[in-house]
Design a protein around this ligand. Structure first.
Ligand SMILES: *Cc1c(COP(=O)(O)O)cnc(C)c1O
Length: 421
């Protein structure tokens, strides 16, 4: 459920009309709903009620300071995957002891940054990383709390680019080698082993792959405890999918996911961490764009809009589907038409949808891409010298620009000219 609904014939975000925002900021832009963000965070939080737990928002999905602050004030921790994300979380007021550091390629500088600023735990992904972390901790005279990310070799049944839990993926340590690697970690004086981490992929639409992974984690917990490791925290990753198409079968709800976690892992008495990204912010954001031209082709009509692949890359990168709806509510009886919906970028890949059946829209009218909150703005670029599009946050009847659109001048002046030119 989200808070983007037609009211009096126009699309609203909570209590603000989308055309009003479009008139103020220009198109294209991203638009987020505070109520939807909070609702999704609370669904996860409540799903783990009765277990000691922390929901660590995977901020790579959308990392604007205002979004982070909204979630942090509701009690969320953060899952970060770079030094930049760590500093963003700190800047939004998240205390170090609520920040988890994930990722296969943490540099020594990033590790030191987090050790200095405070960290809940590092999710370590390899032996070389473990050695760098140990050396940094010893040098700084501190102990680094760690889990080790295990790769359970399960098929997440999702798009290949976002599956992470098969043995051929670059992530984690093969679960078959976990005991050996935990023994190595326990021998390092700069590290304190506190738990196990697993994350098998993104946009999972069934619980079965999670169940298979969590069964393996439960078994490993007992083995490691028997070998003397004090396993007291399980980080179960993110990955629960969202419905992108209205008429599709919906993925499992956070409440079902939470109940499954209790069933599979509750008996172990561990603190539970989860790292949802997409499900918290995906349906809490839309991208609004204006139709520049309607162009008649030989066997199809093209809707050429002012948003492009540099603004929202998911269709080009993951063959992702987004519902695209007119901002002005169509008449109920209107005859649907077929469009290819494309942006102005000089690549055929700049196609958002082919043969999409939708109500007719004309040049100058606006459309909204639903479910664009996750992996949207954060993956945008200035390809074709199109300035990064603004982000706007709505809260009830108020809205605020939370990242302004750079001017062309600002964009150009970011480059510097060498003295020889
Ligand atoms: C990307 C990622 C997540 C979040 O995945 P979602 O599908 O957005 O929930 C969580 N944990 C790790 C380690 C990740 O890399």
């Amino acid at each position: 459920m989200d808070h983007f609904l037609y009211r009096d014939g126009v699309l609203h975000a909570e209590d603000v009309s989308v055309p009003e925002i479009a008139a103020a900021v220009g198109t294209p832009f991203y638009l987020y709903s505070t109520a939807t963000l909070l609702r999704h965070f609370r669904l996860f939080d409540e799903a783990l009620d009765g277990m000691d737990h922390l929901v660590c928002y995977a901020m790579k999905a959308a990392s604007n300071q205002a979004i982070l602050k909204t979630l942090a004030q509701a009690g969320a921790g953060m899952d970060v995957v770079s030094g930049g994300e760590y500093l963003r979380a700190k800047a939004a007021g998240v205390p170090g002891d609520k920040i988890v550091f994930s990722g296969v390629g943490k540099t020594a500088a990033e590790i030191r940054l987090a050790l200095e600023g405070g960290i809940r735990q590092f999710n370590v992904e390899s032996e070389p990383e473990m050695e760098v972390l140990n050396a940094a901790a010893l040098e700084m005279g501190v102990t680094a709390p760690i889990t080790i990310r295990v790769n359970p070799d399960v098929d997440a049944k999702t798009h290949a680019k976002i599956a992470t839990g098969k043995s051929e993926n670059k992530f984690g340590i093969p679960i078959s080698r976990a005991r050996e690697v935990y023994a190595l970690a326990a021998s390092m004086k700069g590290l304190e082993v506190i738990g196990i981490d697993v994350h098998i992929g993104s946009q999972l639409t069934e619980l079965a792959p999670f169940e298979a992974a969590y069964d393996k984690v439960a078994e490993l917990t007992e083995q490691l405890r028997a070998e003397g490791h004090n396993i007291r925290r399980l980080d179960l990753g993110g990955g629960l999918g969202i419905p992108y198409a209205r008429d599709n079968q919906a993925p499992p709800l956070p409440s079902d996911y939470g109940a499954m976690i209790k069933r599979k892992l509750g008996h172990l008495g561990c603190e539970i961490e989860i790292e949802p990204g997409r499900l918290i912010v995906g349906n809490a954001g839309i991208m609004v764009s204006e139709v520049i031209y309607v162009k008649s082709g030989e066997d199809r009509d093209f809707l050429i809009i002012d948003g492009a692949m540099n603004d929202l890359i998911r269709p080009a990168m993951y063959e992702a589907y987004h519902d695209i709806i007119p901002v002005v509510e169509p008449d109920p009886g209107v005859e649907q038409v077929k469009f290819d919906i494309v942006g102005p970028v000089c690549e055929t890949g700049d196609t958002f949808a082919r043969a999409r059946i939708m109500p007719p829209v004309a040049a100058g009218e606006r459309v909204a891409f639903r479910s664009a909150g996750a992996y949207g703005a954060v993956m945008s670029s200035e390809y074709n010298s199109r300035p990064l599009i603004p982000e706007v946050l709505v809260h009830e009847d108020q809205f605020a620009v939370i990242r302004p659109r750079p001017t062309f001048d600002e964009m150009i002046k970011r480059d510097t000219i060498p003295t020889w030119l």
